[in-house]
Design a protein around this ligand. Structure first.
Ligand code: NAP
Length: 225
């Protein structure tokens, strides 16, 4: 039977590339977005009850997940003096609370399945080193790293691995407003990453071959840090 994998934020960008790669490798991929018509599931990851209802219904109908890629996320940047409470709350509620909201209904069924499991969270270079204008986003993405490391310890004896991918600057809608040439100068490889490059790493971490890698933050950033 095909292994079921949920990819959040799979309508575009990094999530879509990961979903396509995993599907190509024979996984039964369940795609998600907040509002895009083409995905299997649609809910706001900041809405705990919506996450619970949609995920529990999918698991009840189709069985537990072997893997999940927590990819959906937002940025809402501003220099700290101008960063509004609303910007802080929206990014923390979505990017950090989303980790809990999506995983909570998934983990117990995954444990009960008594097979291997894979949890991959997409953090960011901003969560590893911090980034100007992204105090809210950096806090949320650093929080995800802490959560992943703790959960990895809890789930290790169940053969469920929990890891973070920390991308640098990847060509997606999220970076469309940044000063591209300026930013490239700070990247040793002098280019942005491609979604497919992140997808390759996610596919490896999802594989049975990666069963001894857990509690790690793996960067993919062209040497940015
Ligand atoms: P993107 O192109 O902006 O796509 C975002 C995805 O997340 C979409 O599928 C979107 O669904 C979904 N989404 C947004 N808000 C949501 C919400 N409240 N609830 C549920 N789904 C929501 O983003 P991306 O650049 O591919 O980034 C993907 C992940 O990588 C994010 O976690 C981001 O922080 C991280 N990341 C990106 C970069 C980069 O340079 N691009 C670097 C480091 C880390 P809809 O299509 O329905 O809106």
């Amino acid at each position: 039977m095909k292994k079921r994998v949920l990819v959040t934020g799979a309508s575009r960008g990094i999530g879509r590339a990961i979903a396509e790669r995993l599907r190509g490798q024979g996984y039964d991929v369940v795609t998600h977005s907040v509002r895009s018509e083409g995905t299997d599931l649609r809910f706001d990851i900041a809405d705990r009850e919506a996450c619970r209802a949609a995920i529990e219904a999918d698991i009840a109908a189709n069985g537990s997940y072997y893997g999940v890629v927590l990819n959906a996320g937002i940025a809402d940047d501003n220099a700290f003096p101008a960063l509004s409470g609303e910007q802080w709350d929206r990014v923390l509620r979505t990017d950090l609370d989303g980790f809990y909201n999506v995983l909570k209904p998934i983990v117990m069924p995954m444990v009960s399945a008594r097979s291997q499991g894979r949890i991959i969270a997409i953090s960011s270079v901003s969560g590893v080193v911090g980034n100007r204008g992204q105090v809210n986003y950096s806090a949320a993405k650093a929080g995800i790293i802490g959560a992943v490391k703790a959960l990895a310890v809890e789930l290790a004896k169940r053969s469920i691995t929990v890891n973070c991918i920390a991308p640098g600057v990847i060509e997606t809608d999220m970076i469309k407003d940044i000063p591209a040439e300026e930013v490239k100068k700070a990247i040793p490889m002098r280019r942005f990453g491609r979604c497919e490059e992140v997808a390759s790493l996610a596919a490896y971490l999802m594989s049975e071959e990666a069963g001894y890698i857990t509690r790690q933050v793996i960067s993919i950033n062209g040497g940015l840090c």
